[in-house]
Design a protein around this ligand. Structure first.
Ligand SMILES: [Zn+2]
Length: 370
């Protein structure tokens, strides 16, 4: 489309531009609402995408940063719907919302606890009507202050960071209780942080002295060295890209937490196994998939999700969170052989399970993020 703006006078040109900016903001709000609804319905899965992020890039043509930006704002607006109003009036830009979201994550990491909704709202209000540069400076100052407060509250003196001798460990591990530790911990760290808070009065009421209870190295930050392969580095980079602005330490903790959860939550396959559609003709056949079969299926799939959307005909090709899925359910007598197994990502394993078992049963496994 070509626009011939030569004939429009200056005033009209400026007026039209302002009107277009208003329209652009309104369209942004509509777009966020649509992305929200698509994620709630998981329509991206039906179309052969493993996530809303993937759908935004492959189907809608956004760059990774454009997709991340819109999805991050959309998810925060679920708990703070007024963000949409602020964007539509121009009080806050999407960029400033995103850097605030990133700062919220860092602040929560610093303090070890989630920010309340009111605190998030206050941060967004603080960066409204500011340039992105000014907003960044403000948020960094807030983080620095929080970091300093946290360090003052929790850091033991340098002398306490020295590793204990072996014979010093025994008294700390034998006779204390959780209640005593909590109480004394507060005394220790309030005592060493402020300098002039008067810790001598607090400790004189019969409670054991701090150094009798807690191992002095218990709050130390440890340097943990480990050799990793290039595959691990690639996964770290991918996770950093998907999860946002985390440090390597935070990413590792996030990955460990997700792995632990995957072991402690009931798996979809377990759920499907319990829901026998038809009696299995081979109730004693093993769920174990032989290594050779796994390798052959992985080779056929080229280590990518094999789901093909019946709507678009497009294959998913996700490379993360891959699981083996039975074409004919195991509980219905399906065999663990190459022709009956397919490699699906988590999203499409859940989609197939939902189509088999019903939306109500599977909704507990679909989590819409905030
Ligand atoms: Zn998939």
């Amino acid at each position: 489309m070509t626009l011939n703006l030569d004939k429009i006078d200056d005033q009209q040109l400026l007026k039209n531009t302002e009107a277009l900016v208003k329209q652009e903001r309104s369209i942004t709000i509509f777009l966020l609402a649509h992305l929200d609804e698509i994620e709630s319905r998981r329509l991206y899965a039906e179309l052969g995408h493993s996530s809303l992020f993937s759908y935004c890039i492959k189907k809608l043509g956004y760059s990774e940063s454009e997709a991340y930006l819109r999805i991050a704002v959309m998810r925060l607006s679920r708990s703070l719907p007024e963000i949409k109003e602020w964007i539509s009036t121009g009080d806050i830009t999407i960029s400033n919302v995103v850097i605030t979201i990133q700062s919220i994550k860092r602040q929560e990491k610093i303090s070890g606890e989630n920010l309340a909704l009111e605190e998030k709202r206050a941060l967004l209000a603080a960066v409204s009507k500011k340039s992105t540069r000014a907003a960044k400076q403000l948020l960094e100052a807030i983080e620095d202050k929080k970091r300093a407060d946290q360090q003052a509250k929790s850091a033991p003196p340098l002398s306490l960071l020295m590793p204990p001798a072996a014979d010093e460990l025994t008294p700390y591990t034998t006779t204390t209780t959780a209640t005593t530790i909590t109480t004394t911990s507060e005394l220790i760290f309030s005592g060493v942080s402020g300098g002039n808070s008067g810790n001598s009065g607090s400790c004189g009421s019969g409670a054991p002295a701090a150094d009798e209870i807690l191992p002095p190295w218990s709050k130390a930050v440890l340097l943990y060295k480990v050799e990793v392969s290039s595959a691990v580095l690639e996964k770290m980079a991918t996770l950093k890209n998907l999860a946002g602005n985390y440090s390597d330490c935070e990413l590792l903790e996030l990955a460990l937490q997700k792995t632990i959860e995957s072991y402690t939550k009931p798996s979809v396959n377990q759920h499907r196994q319990n829901h026998t559609l038809t009696p299995s003709p081979q109730n004693n056949h093993s769920r174990y998939i032989p290594q050779s079969v796994r390798q052959e299926v992985r080779a056929r799939a080229k280590d990518r999700c094999e789901y093909i959307s019946p709507i678009t005909g497009e294959r998913c090709e996700e490379v993360h969170n891959l699981e083996f899925d039975h074409c004919q359910p195991f509980a219905g007598g399906g065999e663990n052989n190459v022709t009956n197994l397919r490699l699906y990502c988590r999203t499409h394993n859940l989609l197939v399970a939902k189509n088999t078992l019903g939306k109500e049963k599977m909704d507990q496994y679909w989590h819409v993020k905030n």
